[in-house]
Structures are given as C-alpha cells and as structure tokens.
Write a protein that binds this ligand. Structure first.
Ligand SMILES: NC(=O)C1=CN([C@@H]2O[C@H](COP(=O)(O)OP(=O)(O)OC[C@H]3O[C@@H](n4cnc5c(N)ncnc54)[C@H](O)[C@@H]3O)[C@@H](O)[C@H]2O)C=CC1
Ligand SMILES: CC(=O)C(=O)O
Ligand SMILES: [Mg+2]
Length: 537
C-alpha cells in the first residue's frame, strides 16, 4: 500500500498532496482573521504546538509582522493573562514545593537532547513587575525566537518557569491563578538545586536567565557563570559555566552595537567623537547597569582608562542621580558607576539633562513617557543629532514614542526602542525606526555557544557578539539605521554565532575540536548548515 493510501482519511486530499505554500498561507489567513493581538498570540501558540513546521515557516517568512505577536509587546499581555488564557502546558514547571526532587522531575521531560533552556522566576517580567508563573511565556517567547531567529532545532529548546511564589497581590487573590499562592521566597539553595539539576539532566544545555528581579539577576549570574566558581552538586561534581543573563549581557551587547553605530551617525553630523560622549542612563536595574557596564568595556577597549570611562556615565534611578553621598545604601550593582561624593545631587531628569547636556539618553526605567517633550526638546537643542533610546518594554512603557521623538527633535533624533514602532512620516520625509532589543543578540550568542560547545560564556564572547552585530548592516542600512533589518536575522545570527564561537575558541572555552582548524568562512558555513529550516508537509 502506498503512503498516500495509508494517509487517506486523515486529511483532505489537497493537504496530503499540498506543499509548503498551502499550510503556511492558510495559517496566515487564519492569523489575519483574528481581531486582537492576544487572539493572534493564542492562535500562534496553538499552531506552534500542533503544527510546528508550519508555525516556524510562517514566523521565519513573516518575521517583521509576526514578531510583535509572539514577543514584545503582546507577550507581556500573555504573561499577565496567563492563568486566564491557559490551554495546555508549554513550559517545564518547577515548584518550590518540589525542592529535593528537581532532577527527577526534569528527567520526565519528553525531550532529552536539550541545548538551550530559558529560565525565569517571573519576578520582573518586562517592565510589568512580578507576574508569578505567567512569566513562563517569556521563556517560551525567547525560545521561539531562538528557533525562528537563529535556527536552533525546536526539540533542543526548553522553556522553564520556577515557581517560588509571587508578591503580586492581584494574582494571589485570583481564583484562576495557576501558581503557588504564597509570598515569593528567595532561596539560594533552591536555585543551586535547579542549576545543578539542569547541568546533570541536560549535560549540553546552555542556560539563559531571563527576567529575574535585579538583585537575583546579578547574584545568580555571578554565582554560576564561571566554571571556576562551580557549585558542588550532591554527588560532589562541580557544575559552573554554560549560562548567561539575557537582560544584563544580551541587552548590553545589543545596545553597545546600536551605540557604536549611533556615535558614527552623530559624529558624521557634528564632528564629535567618542571622547565627547556623556551618557545618561535613566533606570539603573539589571538592564541599565548591564548596558552601562558593556559600554564602559567599549570605552576601555578604545583607549580610555576605567576612571575616564566611568566619568562619562550618569546613572539615574527612582531617587535621582546615583551618587556615593546621596544618603541611601546603594545595592552592589549600582556602586561601580555611582558618581563620586561632592558632586551635584540632581533629582529630576529635566535637571540632569539641563546640567549634564548628554549626547545620549538611554531609558531602561519601566516608566512610560518619562522622556517628555521638555526633555527631548532640550536634547535636540544641545546636540546636532541627539541619541535617544527609550528601551523599556512593552510598548506602553517606552520612555517616549518614535513619533514624538521625531516631532520634538525635528527629525534629528537617532532613535532605538525596546518594542517596535512603525515608520513615521514628518514634513514629507519618512523615518524608519530601530528596535534595540536583545532579540537581535541572544539568538546568535546562544547559537555560537551551542555549536562551539562553549563551557562558559565569557566577556570576550559577549563583546564580540556586539561588534559582529554593529558590523552586520548592509549598504542599504548603514546610512540611516543602527541595526540590520529584522528579515535578515537568521543570517545575522549566524554571523554573530561565528564571532562568538571564534571568541570561545580563542579564550579556550570551546570544546568543539573541529572549530580550531577552521577559517571564518568555514565556521560560518558550518553554522549555517546546522540551522533548522522548516519545510511543512
Ligand atoms: N530593550 C531591551 O532589549 C530590554 C529592555 N528591558 C526593559 O528595561 C526595563 C528595566 O528592566 P530592569 O533593569 O531589569 O528592571 P529593574 O526593575 O531592575 O530596573 C528599573 C530601574 O528603573 C528605575 N526607576 C523606576 N522608576 C523610576 C523613576 N520614576 N525615575 C527614575 N528611575 C526609575 C529603578 O530605580 C531601577 O533602577 C524593563 O521595562 C524591561 O522590559 C530589559 C531588558 C532588555
Ligand atoms: C527584552 C527583554 O528581555 C526585556 O524587556 O526584559
Ligand atoms: Mg528580559
């Protein structure tokens, strides 16, 4: 009996005989028929779980249009509504009540050859705060982009949510909330158990930490990132390395890439150089400090001493300019870039912009609209081409919109936002926006780590990923944009992955012996040959 005969009755004949075009076009038309972003999100989630090749073909071929429905801004609403829109599990759920048994539970997961896990504890989801286990949709969304944007095989990805309770009162009082109804616990032993269990059960797995509240984000990155700091598991095996924090390092890389290109554009207009930069960071959490530290590294690798580099940075948090003598106890992550005692104690952003006259204003504050008309107009008054990056997510928390930034600067702004904004036409000229989001960097970082079998994700690898991204613009992009257009993300991710793999080899952390004798072109070709390329039906 032929295969076609066997399959008869399982689907209409046109599907059995049909090609890629049919299933993808049908899915696209169904998607377009959904009215609201959250309905589109639900539709796409179901498509991913029932017809994965169709879903990923659809995503890859329409990434600019579909990304906002699987990622920011819609994923934010999906995390908030998770317990209401829940259909079936799509992430590994590890509860605090299951401590002592995490490895056993992980071994129940049907896929065994996991290469990348994205884990969140739900404590700081985008700029939306503590969303408890709703945060699992962030892990799912990031991995969807790993598959669509880097070509990692879906079977090798694992979204994880750690349920350590929640401090979100609305969730605790919601009868539909699916997570543990208890106040959040902060427990290093539980995290150690999670980390060692993952290392034990999924030996080749890279762990990406995502959307942990700042103190935990810095603490656990520091605790697990290096092999030399290894945690000792119950059987005495040291497990360290093979992890990175996306909000600190992925964001650092993507914004460094955008900053390098922004300074080029600004310098072409004003003649100012790196030397003239003064950068205000509005928001000093994991993302703000992560990006600032990555930029500091750029300055120190380009001829500045650490002290000279630090002088260029002004961190601002909810209490104003971060200084050594402000009168409050600074958390560890703010200390490195806190301004020295004896200087001015500015409280408001207006005051800071007026007095510092920054070349660049970077928002990672979660405060929508904070870059108001007065602030943005001042930036344009002081600088020929002000660099303004409102990077908070999702869209309604962006520190300003693209349209306002263009209008208030008369088109002079060099702009990047965390969530997408459409092109704007102003005074008969159309301006294309830039999305400065770590989704341009983490897929390439992860792919490079996986294929080089890196046992650590070190600073050189992250730094090289930023340079690779900044150099990846083609001639149609580099005159006006800061980043490559999104439809090229798979190629760009392969290029980033190549540089990451080379940095891993150079620093001796790549365990894939093959890489050591290969040229750049050969590594790129090898990486591209490994990319998942879905062909439904
Ligand atoms: N574009 C991108 O790729 C990324 C964007 N983000 C976004 O960045 C934002 C911040 O993330 P985290 O740093 O992890 O959060 P966080 O909560 O650790 O930090 C927020 C910071 O903003 C400050 N802040 C809050 N209200 C303020 C106010 N009224 N005035 C001045 N400062 C204020 C806080 O003091 C804190 O320093 C989130 O919206 C997140 O979605 C985060 C990672 C990547
Ligand atoms: C993009 C991202 O990682 C965030 O907003 O947290
Ligand atoms: Mg994040």
């Amino acid at each position: 009996m032929s295969t076609a005969t066997v399959q008869r009755g399982l689907a209409p004949a046109s599907i059995l005989q049909g090609g890629v075009v049919d299933s993808v076009q049908r899915a696209l038309s169904q998607l377009n028929a959904k009215d609201t972003p959250i309905e589109k999100y639900i539709f796409l989630s179901q498509l991913r779980s029932t017809a994965k090749d169709t879903f990923y073909r659809l995503l890859i071929d329409n990434i600019i249009d579909i990304c906002p429905y699987v990622y920011t801004p819609t994923v934010g609403a999906a995390c908030q509504l998770y317990s209401n829109i829940y259909r079936k599990p799509d992430a590994l759920y590890l509860s605090y009540q299951d401590r002592g048994h995490l490895a056993e539970i992980m071994s129940n997961w049907p896929q065994k050859d996991i290469r990348i896990a994205v884990v969140s504890d739900g404590s700081r989801i985008l700029g939306l705060g503590d969303l408890g286990i709703g945060g699992c949709q962030i892990s799912v969304g990031k991995l969807t982009l790993y598959v669509g944007g880097a070509g990692i095989k879906p079977e090798g990805t694992l979204p994880i949510i750690l349920d350590m309770g929640t401090n979100n009162e609305a969730l605790l009082n919601d009868p539909l909330y699916l997570g543990l109804k208890m106040k959040r616990v902060y427990d290093d032993e539980f995290m150690d158990e999670f980390y060692t269990a993952t290392r034990t059960v999924f030996k080749d797995c890279l762990i990406q930490f995502e959307d942990f509240s700042s103190e935990s984000a810095f603490k656990y990155l520091d605790r697990y990132r290096y092999k030399k700091n290894a945690v000792i598991s119950n059987d005495g095996t040291p497990y360290g390395g093979k992890c990175f924090n996306d909000d600190i390092q992925g964001t650092g890389a993507v914004i460094l890439a955008g900053f390098i290109n922004a300074v080029k554009l600004a310098s072409a207009a004003s003649g100012r150089s790196l030397f003239d930069q003064r950068i205000v960071f509005f928001g000093a959490g994991s993302a703000g400090v992560g990006v600032a530290m990555q930029l500091v590294e750029f300055f120190t690798r380009n001829g500045f001493t650490l002290e000279e580099a630090k002088q260029k940075f002004y961190l601002v948090d909810s209490k104003g300019l971060v200084t050594d003598d402000r009168g409050d106890k600074l958390p560890e992550h703010k200390k490195a870039l806190s301004r020295k005692a004896g200087g001015p104690q500015y409280r408001t952003l207006e005051e800071i912009v007026e007095n510092v006259r920054p070349t660049a204003l970077i928002g990672l504050s979660t405060v929508g609209g904070a870059f108001n008309e007065k602030v943005v107009r001042m930036m344009a008054e002081f600088k020929t081409r002000p660099i303004i990056f409102p990077l908070s997510n999702p869209s309604h928390l962006s520190e300003c919109t693209f349209e306002d930034a263009i209008k208030w600067t008369n088109g002079k702004v060099i702009f990047a936002s965390g969530s997408p904004f459409k092109a704007v036409t102003y005074n008969s000229k159309t301006y294309e926006s830039n999305q400065g989001n770590n989704f341009l960097s983490f897929p390439g970082i992860g792919l490079g780590c996986i294929l080089s079998k890196a046992n650590e994700v070190n600073d050189d690898m992250i730094y090289e990923s930023a340079l690779a991204l900044s150099e990846s613009l083609d001639e149609t992009e580099s005159a006006t944009l800061l980043y490559p257009r999104l439809h090229r993300i798979r190629d760009v991710s392969a290029t980033i992955a190549t540089r990451v793999a080379q940095a891993a080899a150079k620093t001796g952390v790549a365990e894939n012996e093959k890489l050591y004798g290969m040229s750049t072109e050969q590594i790129l070709e090898y990486i591209k040959s490994k990319q998942y390329n879905p062909s439904p039906f």
